[in-house]
Design a protein around this ligand. Structure first.
Ligand SMILES: Cc1ncc(COP(=O)(O)O)c(C=O)c1O
Length: 307
């Protein structure tokens, strides 16, 4: 399938969608991005919580000071059109970047380019790389206590900007070499924050769902959805900081993201969580989420934005 990527209003062939090696975003990490799941039910294609994803993109740009020439409505229409042009896509990646060739950290030509790609990650990317793609449905996780991804005094955690992923890349790369699938990051005070590209939920021994408050993590759209589903299911949710030392006494951990929705953690630092299988609450929330993305849940059908 010849994929077409929308770049500032034009459709460019996948292999021609390139930036210069000396572009500001490439050299300084000033790329803002978004990643939206696509679901198909009986031939109807929908984007998951499109409004929320586009809002977050604009918040990231505004906080980072990256100018954006388009309105949220322009971007939503362009996303839908790109999905129509790329049948079989499972995700949309939106990139807002400074393509100009720059010398200084402050760009002389601070105009941003917007690129929208709709694709099937396994088919269009993973299968074309030489090494197998690492993937696991049940995670063995390393608790990273040194490389702090989220520091309010550096880049606010709510900004989805490339430069914000460097320390988590270093930590996760090392963890992979040590045989783990994933890492969970902590802040400077020893509280659990999030994983490199997902939010973290903990089920306490009294069956309360705990997750870090919004100011400490990226505003995950899946996180927000899990909180709303839990409330609908009368599951108690607390947005609170959890110390790593409290992890000895918990029932379940799971990660949430647009890529995997809900992913159970079954081992942490090589110690089994619960009975080493997907926990009851994790399983219940996953099933409800699946019902929603399959288009069978009246309460949350409005999360699916048909194209
Ligand atoms: C740092 C970080 N936290 C959490 C998430 C999960 O967010 P969402 O559920 O919107 O995909 C992501 C997604 O890429 C992320 O990069």
């Amino acid at each position: 399938m010849q994929r077409k990527i929308w770049i500032n209003g034009d459709y460019i062939n996948w292999e021609d969608a390139q930036v210069h090696i000396l572009s500001h975003s490439h050299q300084r990490g000033s790329l803002i991005f978004g990643f939206i799941p696509i679901f198909e039910n009986d031939g109807v294609i929908s984007l998951f919580r499109l409004n929320d994803h586009v809002d977050r993109l604009f918040t990231s740009c505004e906080t980072a000071g990256i100018p954006l020439e388009y309105s949220p409505q322009d971007i939503q229409l362009a996303i839908k059109d790109t999905v129509r042009k790329n049948p079989g896509s499972k995700f949309v990646k939106i990139s807002v970047y400074i393509a100009s060739i720059e010398i200084d950290v402050v760009p002389q030509d601070p105009f941003s380019t917007v690129a929208i790609a709709a694709y099937e990650p396994m088919e269009d990317i993973a299968s074309k790389n030489t090494q197998p793609f690492h993937s696991s449905k049940e995670l063995s996780v390393w608790l990273e206590k040194e490389k702090h991804q989220r520091r309010h005094d550096i880049i606010p955690p709510q900004v989805k900007i490339a430069g914000n992923y460097t320390s988590s890349m270093m930590a996760k790369w090392q963890a992979r070499k040590n045989g783990y699938d994933e890492i969970i990051l902590t802040d400077e005070e020893g509280y659990i924050t999030e994983a490199p590209t997902s939010n973290v939920f903990i089920v306490s021994n009294d069956n309360v769902l705990l997750t870090a408050p919004e100011e400490d993590v990226l505003y995950g759209i899946t996180r927000k959805s899990v909180i709303e589903i839990a409330k609908d299911e009368n599951i108690e949710v607390k947005l609170e900081r959890v110390l790593t030392s409290k992890l000895d006494n918990i029932r379940e951990i799971f990660l949430t993201s647009s890529s995997h929705i809900i992913c159970p953690v079954i081992r942490l630092d090589n110690k089994q969580i619960g009975n080493g299988k997907i926990g009851n609450l994790t399983s219940r929330l996953s099933k409800r989420f699946l019902k929603i993305t399959n288009g069978f849940d009246k309460n949350f059908n409005f999360w699916l934005d048909n194209i």
